[in-house]
Design a protein around this ligand. Structure first.
Ligand code: GAP
Length: 452
């Protein structure tokens, strides 16, 4: 029986991602662009499966949720009202000797009271650090051919504000009752001082955010409900629950809009760090937008005609960090002796079947045309239902290993017996058990195995 052996490291994940087409360095043929990453064929499908699963779990299957897809570029007044122009800042420390840049709070948690001029630089160890200065994280660009202060716009640093500015539109078009929520998936951008750790902290990333509008007196109960829903979804997509932890953020560390935040953290190989956030944003954002825009953003209770600004619970989930934490959760190495009895290691990504980039791989035993006449129509039939790959290169053993490494739950092998018994061998990724299944029953067989 195979047993699990080695620890997962970032090096192993980064190398597997490149080798198997999950994640490539951005702009690679031009020498790359620091901290930018491109998702390859497998990564793009995995991202899509994660986003589909999120949408399905948090939006489609709930009667109290509505979807939205707002623009990335918004009127700059939005960011003044939200507080991002004035307070979305990190403390930046420069080293005058080696030119390295650091976040002051990453060097010392007590950064507000520290004299950095007397501290050694974490890179060159010289005492040449500057005092911290605040650095706004929003990326700026300009509308039109001439750049001046009148046409500055920002790439959104969070998708949330697109939801708040459409609160009235959604209320008027959908006529929801409280509590209700609006969810959206989209890109966000932050000019991070210290990006790094692969896709953990990047300049461009994607968020899946919900603003859930509640009556003020029910915020605590709704907060707990959302925290448990986030954990339930994490389990459903295959995150290792033992590596996921809640961290209640101390009052003095809260963002400008939050009265309570729980960071859902993950045990990455580089430490326990934030995976997702859950914040109680009170009525801060809607109040700010009401004041700055002059629009009435109150909710009107149709039954009682009561008018008030609802409070907000915000479950915020990053696609990229989820994908990274998922790879780290499902990566396994097992000792699996070869047919010749030699010791070997099998790398398996144990994704739940609905999240795996490919669900099924069709593998004709050889390239002989008579096998293709069975395998190809079968491949085309299966791909109507599930993401299916066709692979006839290399030995069957090597092809199984490749499918294990990209996490395909089922391999279907067409062999010479298939020509006469009209059956194929189905191999289970996790147990490596093989079953002979009649081709006519294959779709139903997978339907049963894939229902969750
Ligand atoms: N609307 C609330 C908000 O944006 P946040 O904690 O700043 O809160 C939410 O971000 C989530 O977005 C994080 O928990 C993380 O998953 C993801 N995220 C934030 N900054 C990121 C970055 N630079 N790179 C990758 N993901 C990031």
């Amino acid at each position: 029986m195979a047993n699990e052996t080695q620890m997962v490291t970032m090096e192993k994940i980064i190398s597997l991602c490149k080798r198997r087409g999950f994640i490539f360095p951005g702009s690679e043929i031009y020498g790359g662009l620091a901290n930018s990453w491109d998702y390859g064929p497998l990564g793009a499908q995995l991202r899509k499966n994660i986003k589909d699963s999120w949408w399905n779990f948090f939006v489609q299957s709930r009667a109290d949720m509505f979807g939205l897809d707002a623009a990335i570029l918004m009127n700059p007044k939005v960011w003044k009202a939200s507080g991002h122009v004035d307070t979305f800042e990190d403390p930046l420390v420069d080293c005058k000797n080696c030119q390295s840049r650091f976040r002051a709070d990453h060097i010392d948690e007590e950064w507000k009271t520290v004299d950095f001029r007397t501290q050694a630089c974490p890179n060159c160890e010289k005492k040449t650090l500057t005092q911290p200065r605040q650095f706004n994280l929003m990326f700026q660009t300009a509308i039109g051919p001439v750049q001046d202060t009148g046409n500055t716009v920002y790439l959104r640093p969070e998708t949330a504000q697109g939801i708040f500015v459409n609160f009235k539109n959604v209320m008027q078009t959908m006529r929801p009752k409280l509590p209700f929520g609006i969810g959206q998936i989209g890109k966000a951008f932050r000019n991070e001082i210290t990006p790094g750790n692969f896709t953990f902290r990047t300049l461009e990333f994607e968020q899946m955010e919900i603003e859930y509008f509640v009556r003020p007196q029910e915020w605590e109960q709704q907060f707990e409900m959302w925290l448990s829903q986030m954990h339930a979804w994490g389990k459903q997509i295959g995150l290792d629950a033992n590596k996921v932890h809640d961290n209640n953020i101390a009052p003095e560390e809260l963002s400008h809009y939050s009265k309570r935040t729980v960071d859902v953290e993950f045990d990455y190989p580089f430490g326990r760090k934030e995976l997702w956030g859950l914040a109680y944003r009170t009525d801060y954002d809607l109040k700010q937008h009401q004041e700055h825009s002059g629009e009435d953003l109150q909710f009107v209770d149709q039954a009682t005609q009561e008018k008030f600004i609802p409070h907000v619970i915000e479950p915020s989930i990053g696609v990229d960090r989820t994908l990274l934490a998922l790879l780290l959760s499902v990566y396994t190495e097992e000792s699996a002796p070869t047919a010749a009895g030699e010791s070997d290691t099998r790398v398996v990504l144990k994704f739940p079947p609905h999240i795996a980039p490919y669900t099924v791989a069709v593998l004709p035993l050889s390239k002989k045309p008579e096998l293709q006449t069975v395998a190809e129509p079968l491949f085309h039939e299966l791909r109507k239902y599930w993401n299916t790959e066709y692979d006839e290169t290399q030995s069957i053993g090597k092809r199984y290993r490749r499918q294990d490494e990209i996490g395909t739950p089922f391999c279907v092998t067409v062999d010479f017996d298939s020509l006469t018994d009209n059956a194929v061998t189905v191999r289970d990724r996790d147990t490596m058990k093989q079953e002979r299944i009649p081709i006519s029953q294959l779709i139903n067989y997978f339907r049963d195995r894939l229902s969750f």
